[in-house]
Design a protein around this ligand. Sequence first.
Ligand code: CP
Length: 327
Amino acid sequence: QTVLRGKDFISLQDWSKEEVDTLLDVSFDLKRKFAMGIDTPYLQNKTAMLMFFEESTRTRNSMEAGLAQLGGHANFLDTSTMQVNHGEVAKDTGVILGSFGHAIACRNCFWGEGNGNEYLRSLAEHAPVPIMNLQCNLYHPMQGLADLMTIQEKKEETKELNVSIIWAYATSHKKPISVPVTQALLFPRYSMNVTVAHPEGFELPDWVLKQAEENAKKHGGSFKVTNNMEEAYQNADIVIPKNWGSWVNHPDGGEELLEANKDWKCSEEMMELAKDDVSYMHALPADRGNEVEDSVIDGPHSIVYDEAENRLHTAKAVMTVTMGGKG
Ligand code: CP
């Protein structure tokens, strides 16, 4: 019996594979019902508080539209207009907002004491309602779940798929590592052969690599890291080139390192190295022209809009199972 009501959704690592499978089942069901115009009033009169420390297009709107479609209401909270901006602690905010509604969802990608993942964990410790991570410095589980759903739709069988998570050039190094970390941890749990590729200096933390290897070992996939971009494209079923931060390792010297690696761009030439039916994915927004050529992201291999659309269905699934269901 699966009772997920009240469970925090901060990292997919905190959810067993069976629980993630339940989220996927509910996502596919909600997607079918949405397409058929079937009402899904699973969260009638329920409210979620959406705290955003940063900008968002997909995450904010998938949550707001999704909760409306489930019969509930989302309170959008720009944290620059909240007392957290004057130093109110997560405990006080979490207890109070939790007493007004049925869930708190939060995006806080900042590094530093009390920020990012630490802020979310503190909300979770004190709030009487489930906490949903809308992206922090370390994880983006809503994105990871939508990515997995999209891969299952497009490729059917995930076992032994060659998936490459590739660092790509961007105009700023101050990026969270949440998307590649989430994918590197999640995809080996679905028996994929995962390659992480990046220039020297853009390493993911050791604990991520160790956990990803353990996940691969447990579930029959594989996990490797390379500094060779071409190797990552060769024979790939799926490529996910995205800029991610060197912030962790290079808080002061990132710009020079970034400039030296401008050739890490997803190009048609690179895509030629992959399998004929390779899919190009990106969480968006993309730094067009710098990290990817328009002809790739707008080309026949790109599934970025399907991936983004699935953010709606997966967000609805997470809200349905954590805010609804059996008490
Ligand atoms: N992929 C993603 O999280 O998009 P937003 O920043 O627009 O929410």
